[in-house]
Unconditional design. Sequence first.
Lengths: 109, 197
Amino acid sequence: MQAFSLQAADAVRGKQLYEARCGACHSIDENRAGPAHKGVYGRKAGLAKGFDYSSSVKASKIIWNEKSLDRWLTDPEKLIPGQKMGFSVPDAGDRADLIEFLRTYNARP
Amino acid sequence: MNKSGDSTVSGRRSFLGTATLSVLSASALALLSGRDVLAASHAGAMKEAGDVAILNVALGLEHEGINAYTLGAQSGLLQKPVLDIAVRFQSDHKEHRDALAATIRKLGGKPVEEKALGDYAKSLKADTLKNQADVLELAARLELGATNAYLGVLPSFKDAQLAKVAARLAADEVMHWTILNNALGKGLPAGGMPFGA
């Protein structure tokens, strides 16, 4: 009998996905074409120090958590019209792993 | 990373041979020149705003790539013929930069400005580059990232012609990555469709 199980989000795979897909524009520690992601999980949108955000992101008042990051990665423009990111992550499992990577990275001392 | 001196030599030979055959078929500006009428007629339209934002992110990547090659060239770690190829790749990225900036302006946008070289040195951790292979690894990583970025934004373009341009830019980045990867003595990716996944 096959048991129903939810696949747990995988931060290790999320790190690999982050480097492969997000790494062109983002890094954890430094602003590049996109903002640095250190501390992004649990933080209000538009607060990476020194990054030139769109006015729409700065005004969004969104807090980045599992749900909001999932919506953002699914369709950034739908969540925050007028934002700058044209990249999306269509696969829900990939999004979950990426979010888990960002969440657990932030939890590190 | 290449571990073998022999494969390094072999890699460099292949690097040169491949690079000699790699010539852009046309300038990116010429590629975009047919966009003049459309760009002018749509300037300021809301549907163009998203495309301009995407192009500006791409322009930011091109600025970064140009400065990465400058950092590599100035490091003193690159020897001929690798240095010549790096300069050639940088020239390609300058062509991309100029084409993207011109298109952004034609669409009514403001091209994102290049940062200071020191800013790129910090964000790319240029102080960690100790030898030629380190520089090639960095360049290959950036070229691969740019490839995946261009492929990743293709579905977001409202204007299919701009998407086509982005695809052609991605092809240039693949060309660069392939040669750099070969110079590092690395093999082909496992299986087909390794980019943009």
